[in-house]
Design a protein around this ligand. Sequence first.
Ligand SMILES: Cc1ncc(COP(=O)(O)O)c(C=O)c1O
Length: 388
Amino acid sequence: MTLKTPVYLDNNATTPMDPGVLDEMLPYFVERFGNAASRTHAFGWEAEEAVDIARENVAKLIGAHPQEIVFTSGATEAINLALKGIHEPYFNKGAHVITVSTEHKAVLDTCRSLETKGIEVTYLPVLPNGLIDLEHLEKSITKSTTLIAVMYANNETGVIQPIKHISRIARKHGILLFCDATQAVGKIPVDVIMDGIDLMSFSAHKMYGPKGVGALYVRKKNPKVELYAQIEGGGHERNMRSGTLNVPGIVGFGKACELCYEYMEVDTNRLTTLRNLFESKIGRLGGTVINGKNAPRLPHATNITFENIDGEKLIFEAGNSIAFSRSSACTSATLEPSFVLKAMGLSNEQIHNSFRFSLGRFSTEEQVDYAINVISKIVKQHRHEGNY
Ligand SMILES: Cc1ncc(COP(=O)(O)O)c(C=O)c1O
């Protein structure tokens, strides 16, 4: 069989939907179209039952109770709900948030918005490997600190933060921990109890589910987290997020979680092997650096700096053959260099020549071999032609 191109190596931007997820969703568009909030007839009951099953599957994947899941339109909304919704109930304690300079824009921009409302925000730097310094974190805590917001795994580098250690620090000081786990859930084991997380955002389209649906985990006990709704209306989702539920999307999200639960080990083993193969073969070119290499990383992703090439030309020349990216999908339209790599200490030139390759459940060895060949050829050509 001939290989279909371009080969997709941008699964951190979004994943293709698993066909099993689509099958599960289809009946909920036309036949079973009921509103999950309709209590007076079978159409509503049927939709509500489907949402309940999905809620159980979503909760199971992260070790939560189904009633701790609030469905949203995606991780961005979940992040906004967590960071904005948490503050009012805790204002008497203070108003100081600690976050990290390498968080996703959805967290950073929401924090900037909190600052305009008088909330103080500390943006922690990262070490050259992308990890935060735990001592620095603890020293940044003040009497007013209400919340620590640290992502589970970075979207550009795949670097995994030591969430268990961070939560121990948060607990010790009586501070809540919010974790944006959009890139981690479904890919590596995430357990809100074992990890000590109080609020957590994640999204279906990063784990072979549909776009436009996600969730916020809100801890119900030890401690019970108080949250104010940001979208008001019919009081859906236990008054935390009003609006008619996206039943087909939620059904798909539930199925995606069920499949991730089932396939996680197999996917992880296979993708680790493929990613390592990619890194070692690309490494043979010489003059390459894997960003975050000595930190724990997601099994399917890599971020590589190529020395002595023209990054712009590489993207352009490889673009028809391979789909990959320079930083996150959200910032790929801007010409600004990646703030994540900048925070890790890379120069503008190094950032310009750094790329993210992220594999997924449907990536094959043949695709990876093909990508290695395409990239290697272009890099060799640049070095041959250039005055590097
Ligand atoms: C780490 C991280 N957080 C949040 C988001 C936003 O997710 P969504 O597209 O579901 O709003 C993304 C998506 O790129 C992400 O990678």
